[in-house]
Design a protein around this ligand. Structure first.
Ligand SMILES: C[S@@+](CC[C@H](N)C(=O)[O-])C[C@H]1O[C@@H](n2cnc3c(N)ncnc32)[C@H](O)[C@@H]1O
Length: 307
C-alpha cells in the first residue's frame, strides 16, 4: 500500500504491479512511480525557441533555473510554476514552441550527433515538437517532417510555417512507403506512437494503457516503423528512437528487435544522459521517470549505422 501526499492509501492494480516488476525498480522507485501515476501532477512544461527567435532572444515570462537540467540545449527554457507561455504575443508570432520537459529530455540525445545532418527525417512528426528540438540542437539543412494522419499533418504544417523551420518539407508517407522509397537520411527521428503510460502521471485519462494487449500491439507497430526507418538510414546515419511510455516491450525490447535484425546498426552512448542509463538493456539506452523531476518521463535510444 502506498500513502499519497493526502494520506489517502493507494492500492496498486495488478497491471501497475506488473509494470513495476518489469522495470526492476527498487521499492522506493516503484512507490514513487505509482504515486506519480495516481496523483497525475508530474507534467512540466518547457519552451523551445524557434528559428524565428533572434540569437539573443529571452522570453517575456519568468523562467526556472535550468542548471538543474544540464542536458537542456541553450535554446530551451522552463517557465516557472503557474506561468502560461501560450498567453503571450511571442507565442502567437511563433518565436517559441511549447512542449513537455520530458520531450526535451528525449531530444537531448541529439547532443551526441557528430554534426548537423545533411538530410534529416522526422518520421512521426506531428504536432512538431521533435523537429523544433532538432532545430534547437543543429541547423536544419534539408529536413522532412512526416506525419501519416492527415488532420495531424495539417497542424504540423501550421507549426512548421509559424515557427519558420528552414529547409523543411512536410510529407504524409506510411512507414512501408518510406522503406520502398530509396531515400536516404543522415538522421531519422522515430518518436513512436506508443501506449502513452506517462500520460497518467500528467493527470490525463488513458484507459487500458497498462494492458498487455495494448502494449504488445504498440510494440508490433513500433518494430514495423523502426524496420522501415532502418531501410532509409544512410551509412554513418543516426536513428533516434523515443517514446513517452514505460513498458520495456515498447522501449528496450523494440530497439533490441531492430539490433538483432540489422547487424550494421548499433546503439551509441549519450554522455549528457549518462545518469539515466537504462539497466534493462546491455546496449546504451536511457529512461526518465517522474521522480527524476523532469516531467512525466520517457525513453530514448540513439542508434547509428556503420559507415
Ligand atoms: C508521439 S506522436 C509524435 C509527436 C511528435 N514527434 C512531437 O514531438 O510533436 C506519434 C505520431 O505517430 C503517428 N503515427 C501513428 N501511427 C503511425 C504509424 N503506423 N506509422 C507512423 N506514424 C504513426 C501519430 O499520428 C503521431 O502523430
Amino acid at each position: 500500500m502506498i500513502l499519497m501526499s493526502t494520506d489517502q492509501p493507494v492500492v496498486p492494480t495488478k497491471a501497475e504491479r506488473r509494470l513495476c516488476e518489469s522495470l526492476h525498480l527498487r521499492d522506493e522507485e516503484s512507490e514513487a512511480l505509482l504515486r506519480a501515476m495516481h496523483l497525475g501532477k508530474a507534467a512540466r512544461q518547457a519552451v523551445v525557441f524557434s528559428p524565428r527567435a533572434p540569437q539573443a532572444y529571452e522570453p517575456p515570462f519568468a523562467c526556472a533555473e535550468s542548471s538543474r537540467f544540464p542536458w537542456l540545449p541553450a535554446r530551451v527554457r522552463i517557465p516557472v510554476e503557474g506561468e502560461k507561455p501560450t498567453r503571450y504575443a511571442d507565442y502567437t508570432l511563433g518565436l517559441y514552441y511549447v512542449l513537455d520537459l520530458s520531450s526535451c529530455w528525449e531530444g537531448a540525445a541529439l547532443s551526441a550527433l557528430s554534426g548537423a545532418p545533411l538530410r534529416s527525417l522526422d518520421m512521426c512528426a506531428a504536432p512538431g515538437g521533435k523537429s523544433m528540438l532538432l532545430a534547437a540542437h543543429v541547423q536544419l539543412l534539408d529536413h522532412t517532417a512526416n506525419e501519416v494522419h492527415a488532420a495531424r499533418r495539417g497542424i504540423l504544417r501550421q507549426n512548421v510555417e509559424l515557427c519558420g523551420l528552414p529547409n523543411t518539407r512536410v510529407t504524409g508517407w506510411r512507414p512501408e512507403q518510406w522503406s520502398r522509397s530509396g531515400e536516404l537520411f543522415d538522421l531519422i527521428m522515430v518518436d513512436a506512437p506508443c501506449s502513452g503510460q506517462s500520460l497518467l502521471c500528467k493527470g490525463m485519462k488513458n484507459p487500458g494503457c497498462l494492458g498487455k494487449n495494448v502494449v504488445q500491439g504498440n510494440a508490433k507497430r513500433q518494430r514495423g516503423i523502426l524496420s522501415a526507418a532502418a531501410c532509409c538510414l544512410a551509412p554513418g546515419g543516426y536513428l533516434l528512437y523515443t517514446t513517452c511510455t514505460y513498458a520495456p516491450e515498447e522501449n528496450e525490447r523494440s530497439v533490441a528487435y531492430l539490433l538483432r535484425r540489422t547487424s550494421e546498426i548499433s546503439a551509441c552512448d549519450v554522455p549528457a544522459l549518462a545518469a539515466f542509463r537504462s539497466t534493462l538493456s546491455e546496449f546504451p539506452s536511457y529512461r526518465l521517470l517522474p521522480h527524476h523531476g523532469a516531467g512525466a518521463g520517457g525513453f530514448c535510444c540513439l542508434l547509428q549505422r556503420e559507415k
